[in-house]
Design a binder for this molecule. Structure first.
Ligand code: UDP
Ligand code: MG
Length: 142
């Protein structure tokens, strides 16, 4: 069993896609074990995306991520990290596979609806960025 962090980004929330994103995760066997809506400050967005601080898109990305509420969640399941990345599709929606969230809904490479951790190390950092142990729940398998 593995855990990963996903975010419905501000564009996904404005487009009313919270349920659509969660539905796709659930239909692929992932279980939500933590969930909340947050509005990040610019500084909080910069902290979350600190690995990208030297990238040319960092300012614009952190402006976007702090522009409105996000829905953040912890998902659990077998190979959760790679499974979520597969369901999301490539960063650039033009390169994303048919049937992925980004291919179906993203506007461009920045405003791409959804985030998913890319490794065990980033999942661990990102989960603890948003949730403490009491906010993450055991789930019984059906
Ligand atoms: N991003 C961007 N321009 C780029 C690459 C990425 O605006 O050229 C944004 C986009 O919102 C992306 C986020 O920065 O989701 C983090 O980039 P990363 O390369 O980690 O992509 P991801 O892991 O989200 O697919
Ligand atoms: Mg990434």
């Amino acid at each position: 069993m593995e855990r990963t962090l996903s975010i419905v980004k501000p564009d996904g929330v404005s487009k009313n896609l919270i349920g659509e994103v969660i539905k796709r995760f659930e239909q692929n066997g992932l279980r939500v074990v933590a969930l909340k809506m947050v509005k990040l400050s610019k500084t909080q967005a910069e902290g979350f995306y600190a690995v990208h601080k030297d990238k040319p898109f960092f300012q614009s990305l952190t402006d976007f991520m702090s522009s409105g509420p996000c829905v953040v969640m912890v998902l659990e399941g077998k190979d959760a990290i790679s499974k979520v990345r597969e369901i999301m599709g490539a960063t650039d929606p033009k390169k994303a596979e048919t049937g992925t969230i980004r291919r179906d809904f993203a506007q461009n490479i920045e405003r791409n609806i959804v985030h998913g951790s890319d490794s065990k190390e980033s999942a661990s950092f990102e989960i603890s960025y948003f949730f403490n142990a009491l906010e993450i729940h055991e789930r019984r398998e059906e």
